[in-house]
Every structure is written in C-alpha cells, then in structure tokens.
Design a protein around this ligand. Structure first.
Ligand code: SAM
Length: 248
C-alpha cells in the first residue's frame, strides 16, 4: 500500500496523473456528434485537470470536474483561471463511487485513466444514471493490444492488482452496461511519455536524492520506475484505449 502523502508528493507537481495527451483528448472528442453549446459536462477523476482544460477549449458549455484530492482541484482552478475558462469549470471534491448529482444531469461524462479505480464495467454502470437519455460517455482504460502477453508482463500486472482485458472483452462490458459503442481510439505512445513517464521519471530522480534513504519511499519510487520500464519493454502488448459511448 502506498502511503498517501508520499504518493501525492510525487504526483502533485506532474502535468498529468495518468497517461494521456491533449491531442488524444481532441481525437476522442472528434468521434462525438456536435454537442450543443450549453452542454453540461462531467469530468471524473480529473486530477490536476489537463484534460478538463482541453475539454473547456472544445465546448463553450460548463464542466464539473470531480476528484477526491483537493490539491489537484486547486491546481486546476488556478490554471483554468489563467486560461480564462475558470468561470465555466466547477470543481467538486467527491468520490467517483458516490457522486453528489441528480440523475440525468449531464450531456457528456468524460474520464481519462481513472475508471480502473472502481473497475471499468462497474464505473460505466455507476456513472450512466447521471447522463441524460442520448448523452455520451468517453472513458480511457488499459487493455491488451495483443493476445498472449509475455509472462513477465502478466505477472507484473497481477502484482499491481489489475489485469487488463482484451478490447473485445471491454466491448462486451460496454454492452453489459447498456451503452452503445460509437468508437474506440488507442492512446498514442507519446501520450505515455511526454506528459507522464518523462516528468515522472525526472521527479523520481529528484525524490531519490532527498527521500531515497527511506526504505518505504525507495520501494515506491522503484515500483514506479518499474512501471515505466514495463511500458518501455512491452508497449506493443497493452495500452490505453478510449471508449466513446452513448446512452440510448
Ligand atoms: C490516474 S489519475 C488520472 C488523472 C487525470 N484524469 C489524468 O489523466 O491526468 C486518477 C485520478 O483519480 C483520482 N481518484 C482516485 N480515487 C478516486 C475516487 N475514489 N474518487 C474520485 N477521484 C479519485 C486521483 O486523485 C487521480 O487524480
């Protein structure tokens, strides 16, 4: 178990808290039909909100951004204020499995790299009631890109406590959640490095100097390095896929 405070010390200063990039946010958005200009959007597990701010550039509507770590939300508020979009973004510190909204409130629910926290299918089923009829949901999550992943990779995912499913299985889960799949889109490799592993590895090198002597901290930093190394070695076998869906 990662001690929360140290974990946040690593991630608070990073541009993103999970794999992703603005180009991919825009690409996933491009699969949606035109959304009306007063659309109500919900971004779940927004972190410090890089994709929230990208969404604000794609819609003139309002965005509610939810995360359970207030300092991430504070960063989002500060940056969106500088962008001039802060007045359209409302942040709420809440848990994604107990969202404080009335049913049928949102035209679009967005979530990048966060649904794994409550499980893909469970997340879809839990969030769907907050969509209007005909509303859209876009989420990204890890899945296998190839069958028969190497044993070392499989064991690493098992150790992490989360084993990806195939894209076909993910599509089945979308079906079971009663959503219509419009499109899938794989996050390009740059989305893993530029805003995520590259700054994370730099942050790890920095923290090793000050906290590396503490065995608990050192183990955490090593395990994050191992995660990046797994991706470097085995990126053709897995990745993140965006699922663009509609509540019909
Ligand atoms: C992997 S990060 C993704 C952040 C952001 N979407 C991105 O792509 O950079 C997952 C986020 O979910 C948040 N989170 C973790 N558990 C949560 C929960 N139960 N409810 C709401 N947010 C949660 C974390 O604080 C973190 O910001």
């Amino acid at each position: 178990m990662i001690p929360d405070s140290f974990f946040y010390q690593i991630f608070e200063s990073l541009p993103r808290q999970g794999p992703g990039c603005s180009g991919a946010t825009r690409k996933a958005w491009s699969f949606l039909p035109p959304i009306h200009k007063n659309a109500a959007v919900l971004d779940i597990g927004c972190g410090s909100g890089t994709q929230t701010r990208e969404l604000a550039s794609l819609t003139p509507g309002t965005i509610v951004a939810v995360d359970n770590h207030q300092p991430f939300l504070d960063t989002l508020v500060e940056k969106a204020g500088r962008d001039g979009t802060g007045w359209r973004i409302k942040t709420i510190c809440a848990s994604m499995d107990a969202l404080p909204f009335e049913k049928g409130r949102f035209d679009l629910i967005w979530s990048e790299g966060a649904i794994f926290i409550i499980g893909f299918e469970n997340g879809l089923k839990t969030w769907k009631p907050f969509l209007k009829k005909g509303g859209f949901m876009v989420v990204s999550d890890a899945d296998w890109f190839e069958h028969n992943p190497p044993q070392e990779l499989l064991q690493w995912w098992e150790k992490e406590g989360y084993v990806p499913a195939s894209e076909d299985e993910m599509k089945e889960r979308v079906n079971r959640a009663g959503l219509r799949l419009i499109a899938t889109y794989r996050l390009p490799e740059a989305g893993w490095w530029d805003n995520y592993y590259v700054p994370m590895l730099a942050r790890i090198a920095e923290l090793k100097k000050t906290r590396g002597a503490d065995p608990t901290c050192a183990a955490i930093l090593d395990s994050l390095e191992e995660e990046a190394e797994m991706y470097r070695k085995y990126k053709r076998y897995y990745g993140y896929t965006f699922f663009v869906m509609q509540k019909v």
